[in-house]
Write a protein that binds this ligand. Structure first.
Ligand SMILES: O=C(O)CCC(=O)C(=O)O
Ligand SMILES: [Fe+2]
Length: 201
């Protein structure tokens, strides 16, 4: 009982100019397993092209956008039209409100099919997210490395492993001062799903 309670606690990741909280067991293993299966089947996974140095290339992952409204989300030269939250996404959104009193309108889902899929260095600082956006990032499936680097102070970096059922909250000035990425890896990995809940104004 006591151990279980401890696991529900968040860990503050202490980095300058950032505000990061990591909840290793935000979801129970059972709940995380069932969400992983549901989202893998249920979400409308698409592979979009992005422009990189003037060339069109396919994003090295699949994505799907969901929301409580029909507001589009623009990022990396893409404008995505959301579908309405599924019952399970609504359930998670509700639990984020109950647990943290955070409200989100959108969920950008990412599917990393294997170790070759990745997301490059970026900050989630689109102006529709408003100043000091809060992003709640839920991880399901394979454990992957998540890296952060300071945008202005050279050499300042951090790395963590995002576990099955874990939640990472990025708050405050994190997006103003830090970039993050999910690198590809050499070691074989099974699929990973990441859900990033965001509030789009
Ligand atoms: O997959 C992850 O953990 C990161 C996803 C991310 O940074 C994003 O969707 O903006
Ligand atoms: Fe991001």
């Amino acid at each position: 009982m006591h151990l279980f309670e401890e696991h529900k606690e968040g860990i503050e990741i202490d980095l300058p100019d950032a505000s990061l909280e990591y909840y290793p067991a935000f979801l129970s293993d059972d709940k995380a397993n069932s969400y992983f299966d549901v989202f893998l089947r249920q979400l409308d996974w698409q592979q979009h092209d992005i422009k990189l140095f003037g060339k069109r290339i396919a994003q090295p992952r699949l994505t799907a956008l969901y929301a409580i409204n029909s507001k589009e989300y623009k990022y990396s030269n893409l404008s995505l039209k959301p579908q309405l939250f599924t019952r399970e996404l609504e359930e998670i959104n509700k639990s984020l409100f109950e647990r943290f009193h955070l409200k989100f309108t959108h969920c950008l889902a990412n599917l990393y099919r294997n170790e070759k899929d990745s997301m490059g260095w970026h900050a989630d600082n689109e102006k529709e997210l408003g100043p000091e956006p809060i992003i709640a990032s839920l991880s399901l499936g394979a454990v992957r490395k998540f890296q952060l680097k300071h945008s202005f102070k050279k050499g300042l970096k951090h790395q963590l492993e995002l576990e099955h059922g874990s939640l990472l909250l990025m708050k405050g000035t994190t997006q103003d001062y830090w970039k993050h990425q999910l690198p590809k890896t050499a070691r074989p990995h099974s699929p990973r799903i990441n859900l990033t809940f965001r509030n789009i104004l």
